[in-house]
Unconditional design. Structure first.
Length: 154
């Protein structure tokens, strides 16, 4: 989650919570266990020797490390607290010439304080039940996206 989205979540901390997803944690633990099994089997196998055993050990260690990284970084989801619905983050890149059409599609302001000629990025946080939607518009300026509108709840 990038810093802009973290700021949005902190502004609506009374209705957005960050909770652990047990199914994701279970799958990531299973991936880590698979990595350990591959590494142990490569060490104990008599048919593998030399480079093949070393490659299997490296693959097992890599899978184990990737599983741990997933457990630490990707095991939680954002939830809309009043309904318990999951919140998903969508990113859409828009050409500045097409902004008025996209703005009318989302019910946003067609006239924004544009800075330069950079491309626009529309970040949307939407709950699965549709009861919570937050929009934020950023523009590419000086080699990064800077927020020019939002976050606005619709």
């Amino acid at each position: 989650m990038d810093n802009n989205i973290k700021n949005v979540v902190s502004q609506w901390s009374n209705v957005i919570s960050n909770r652990k997803d047990a199914s994701r944690i279970f799958l990531n633990i299973a991936l880590s266990v698979l990595g350990v099994l591959i590494a142990v089997m490569s060490l104990m196998s008599r048919s593998l020797s030399g480079v093949a055993a070393l490659c299997c050990l490296a693959v097992g260690a890599t899978i184990f490390g990737f599983g741990l990284w997933l457990i630490y970084n990707h095991s939680s989801v954002l939830c809309y607290t009043p309904t318990g619905s999951r919140i998903r983050h969508y990113k859409r890149y828009v050409n500045r010439n097409e902004w008025s059409k996209v703005a009318s599609e989302f019910g946003l302001e067609p006239s924004l304080p544009f800075v330069g000629n950079g491309e626009l990025m529309l970040d949307t946080l939407t709950s699965d039940d549709g009861k919570f939607k937050v929009y934020m518009v950023s523009q590419f300026f000086e080699f990064e996206y800077k927020v020019i509108f939002g976050p606005a709840e619709k």
